[in-house]
Design a binder for this molecule. Structure first.
Ligand SMILES: Cc1ncc(COP(=O)(O)O)c(C=O)c1O
Length: 310
């Protein structure tokens, strides 16, 4: 996991030289906001998936965290494309990160300057190469997702990911690929880094904002694809037991893409293999991201068309 260049506050620096001081506020207090973005290898060259949506969410996270980003959204969009291009990458994962930097020690932190970095590296399937077809085995976590009056579930704030770490570490220790967290009411919220869709009798259910979810960009894409495929989608509170009797379950996320869940707490989901609705959404998703079908949603930003001087 490495590439040659990291974009740091508007300049490219060599990967090994991009360092921070130990007084960096974010190291102590989790005061960072970040994104995870994928660039796909399409038939017309590399293309970033939902570039503007990711950058916009980064700025919204910063607004919620009261972190000033000293760049415009357009600057960051261009910097993302430049970082992929400068490193000569094709299919890759891109990590934009803004954080309260070195300065006074103290929780408040607004006197510390903001640092912005962007790096990218080649990346395969997050939950394992076979997971896309075979599905993953998951558990319901003993850790709850953050309550709405404790943290800000709509924001990707670094410190909040301690909650996701607890969920994932517990799942791995128990032999599962991922954990699903319940919300503060005990209803299904989401995976440690994925949104969840549950299918029963041909109807697709997914938790809404009141269940402390991150408004995932892949979730939004799946919702658009499901609508176009003609499926009914309901945004409802989902109880834990519904996971056990569902016909199909799938995760969505930039890292996980669209991944079937084949068991929950060792109980088979449906027949225990990828279901037809999950496959239909996956096919539609990978058709768009590979550039095999016209990009009617405007989700892809092609590097060739956008990188200055290319
Ligand atoms: C907690 C959490 N939920 C859901 C998601 C999925 O969001 P997206 O599809 O925008 O990657 C992520 C990943 O960013 C996440 O960290």
């Amino acid at each position: 996991m490495q590439s040659d260049w990291i974009w740091h506050n508007g300049e490219f620096v060599a990967w090994d030289d991009c360092k921070v001081h130990v007084t960096t506020h974010a190291l102590h207090y989790g005061s960072s906001v970040f994104e995870g973005v994928r660039c796909y290898a399409t038939e017309r060259g590399p293309a970033v998936f939902r570039l503007q949506a990711h950058t916009h969410r980064l700025f919204n996270s910063a607004k919620i965290a009261r972190i000033e980003i000293p760049f415009s959204e357009d600057d960051i969009n261009q910097a993302i494309l430049d970082t992929v291009n400068k490193n000569g990458l094709g299919a890759c994962y891109i990590r934009p990160l803004a954080f309260r930097g070195a300065g006074p020690i103290g929780v408040e932190g607004r006197k510390n300057p903001t640092d912005v970095v962007l790096f990218a590296f080649e990346w395969g399937r997050y939950l394992g190469a076979e997971a896309i077809e075979q599905g993953v085995d998951v558990q319901v976590s003993s850790w709850r997702r953050i309550a709405p009056d404790t943290f800000a579930s709509m924001a990707k704030i670094g410190g909040q990911y301690v909650n996701s770490q607890f969920i994932t570490m517990e799942a791995h220790d128990n032999g599962f690929t991922e954990g699903i967290a319940l919300d503060y009411n005990g209803n299904v919220s989401e995976g440690a880094g994925e949104n969840i869709f549950v299918i029963s009798n041909g109807v697709v259910y997914t938790p809404g904002l009141a269940s402390s979810i991150l408004l995932g960009i892949t979730r939004d894409s799946a919702l658009a694809l499901l609508k176009d495929l003609g499926y009914e989608v309901r945004h409802e509170a989902i109880s834990r037991d519904m996971l056990y009797i569902a016909d199909e379950i799938f995760f969505t996320g930039t890292a996980a893409e669209i991944t079937p869940v084949r068991s929950v707490d060792r109980i088979k989901v449906g027949s225990g293999s990828r279901g037809p609705i999950t496959k239909a959404v996956q096919d539609a998703f990978f058709d768009v991201t590979s550039g095999r079908v016209p990009d009617k949603y405007g989700w892809l930003t092609s590097l060739k068309e956008t990188v200055a001087g290319d």
